[in-house]
Design a protein around this ligand. Structure first.
Ligand code: DQA
Length: 148
């Protein structure tokens, strides 16, 4: 069965209390429930994880080789800073969708650049928490059409 890892970076554990005007009131565990519901409908497996630590995220991506078919990554602020995460995606060649809750292009200029985008299949941003199940669906479709 197709397996997709949804991986969240720094400060996303604070969703629900963190800048609700930007990120909304929904919590990360609630987003996980949304992801699992969509995965069930699609008939795919979902792993869901979060870390505030860059190296832990790199480890998680490396350990996922051969275990997951696709990655949905909200790298948080590491999106804009981390060559290490970019290299982990390139090194493992796990198909990746970059995800952001907020529209990073409508925010501060330092959020406009992404190290992840160039090694990603595609990007979803600005659609709020609904972007998570959409990204799972997009990845499931991508993996199916790749194999076709
Ligand atoms: C974010 C956008 C990033 O710029 C920010 O650092 C985050 C969250 C988002 O989901 O909108 O932590 O990735």
């Amino acid at each position: 069965m197709t397996s997709i890892l949804v991986l969240n970076g720094p400060n996303l554990n604070l969703l629900g209390q963190r800048e609700p005007g930007i990120y909304g009131a929904i919590t990360l565990p609630e987003i996980e429930v949304m992801c699992r519901a969509r995965a069930d409908l699609l008939g795919v497996l979902v792993e869901f994880d979060q870390s505030n630590h860059e190296g832990v995220l790199v480890d998680r991506i490396q350990e996922s080789v051969g275990k997951v078919d696709g990655l949905v990554l909200n790298a948080g602020a590491f999106t804009h800073t981390s060559i290490a995460l970019r290299d982990a995606i390139a090194a493992t060649a796990i198909p990746t969708i970059e995800l952001h809750i907020s529209n990073v292009h409508a925010r501060e200029e330092f959020r406009h650049f992404s190290y992840i985008a160039a090694v990603s299949v595609g990007l979803i941003c600005g659609l709020g928490p609904a972007g998570y199940p959409l990204a799972i669906e997009a990845m499931a479709t991508h993996l199916t059409s790749e194999g076709a």
